[in-house]
Design a protein around this ligand. Structure first.
Ligand SMILES: *Cc1c(COP(=O)(O)O)cnc(C)c1O
Length: 345
């Protein structure tokens, strides 16, 4: 932990100083009118954590909630990485926010390339690290490659790396490999990130979760903005937890739709290689990603052009949509192929 964070006396908000039963609240300079939104929300989101903890089988003291996973990523840098001194390691390619947060916090970011099948090596991450390496970033299923990282390799890193291993599970609901949350008690250096933005269909409410040891969670709670998760978000997330069955149905629909879309895209003349996915998107190498991306934009269809990303030359990342949306995409891909590719077979 950074020395200034170790020494920090956290801000004590009116709402965190008092917890208990009362009827007259004259402690926070709030307006008494316009209930319930006149009141500051629970800074520790206790009711929501109880619901999430029950669903995920994680104790409340092991849960941090933030304004998206992005908040947890930023707070990990701010708590554990001394600017211009410490560094972090991460698999490459992966989610772009780890590097952006490292740059904002002036912390060196060391990329360790995945192999040709997008697998990572704990050894390679360790070799890239030194006594100033505080965090190691993994993402499984990985974005933008779509594949799961191997569990035994993750465990090997957890056993040998002396800093925190941040395992981003934003897409774990779509994967048969599931979550490693049940392993938290075995690995005090494991930090798991999950989010309401993908499987839960709640990207707009901005709610991210971090699961970790009580000690790490306490540090994150001490340095976060006091009311980082607003009341509307807490209410909507609680409502969604009661619709758990809807979320499960969406996940099953999207997994089946991904397989259907993969079967349609794989044989198209524009497709060079379609990479196996455990998420709600897949990566596909095409004959000319920049040209195809531009063509799709002109036809009102936006995918993610990953051409300039390591190991992803001429690759597009395609999110699974509704059947109708996906059919529109396939139609456009077919049309472009007819004009720009020699037909296969
Ligand atoms: C989409 C995504 C997230 C979600 O971030 P939020 O800030 O919670 O919306 C986190 N990690 C990865 C790898 C993602 O692709």
């Amino acid at each position: 932990m950074r020395p200034n964070i170790r020494r920090l006396k956290p801000y004590a908000s009116a709402r965190s100083e008092f917890s208990g039963e009362a009827t007259v609240f004259l402690d926070a300079n709030e307006n008494p009118y316009n209930g319930p939104y006149n009141r500051y929300p629970d800074p520790l989101q206790r009711e929501l954590k109880a619901g999430i903890g029950k669903l995920k089988q994680v104790a409340q003291e092991n849960i941090f909630l933030g304004n998206g996973s992005d908040e947890a990523i930023d707070l990990l840098f701010r708590a554990f990485c001394e600017p211009r001194t410490d560094n972090v390691v991460a698999i490459e390619p992966t989610y772009g926010m780890y590097k952006v947060c490292a740059d904002i916090n002036d912390v060196e970011y060391r990329k360790v390339l995945l192999d040709g099948r997008f697998r990572f090596s704990a050894r390679a991450l360790l070799d890239a690290s030194d006594e100033h390496t505080k965090l190691a970033f993994l993402c499984s299923p990985n974005n933008p490659t779509g594949n799961n990282l191997e569990k035994e390799e993750i465990k090997s890193l957890l056993r040998t790396f002396e800093g925190l291993v941040v395992l981003d599970e934003a897409y774990c609901d779509f994967s048969d490999a599931g979550s490693m949350a049940a392993e938290l008690s075995h690995y005090p250096n494991l930090v798991i990130l999950q989010t309401f933005s993908k499987a839960w269909g709640c990207a707009a409410i901005r709610l991210g979760m971090a699961f970790a040891s009580m000690e790490v969670i306490e540090v994150l709670n001490n340095i976060k903005y006091p009311y980082n998760v607003n009341r509307l978000t807490q209410e909507e997330a609680l409502r969604m937890l009661r619709k758990d069955a809807d979320k499960k149905a969406w996940v099953e629909t999207l997994k089946a739709e991904r397989r259907r879309l993969e079967r349609l895209v794989a044989p198209l003349p524009c497709t060079v290689e379609l990479f196996p996915s455990d998420a709600n998107f897949f990566l596909v190498r095409v004959t000319d990603a920049n040209a195809l991306y531009g063509y799709l934009v002109d036809h009102g269809i936006i995918v993610r052009n990953r051409h300039s990303v390591s190991l992803c030359g001429n690759c597009l990342r395609i999110t699974v949509g509704t059947e109708e949306e996906d059919n529109a995409l396939v139609g456009a891909l077919r049309k472009w192929s007819e004009e720009h590719c020699l037909t296969k077979g």
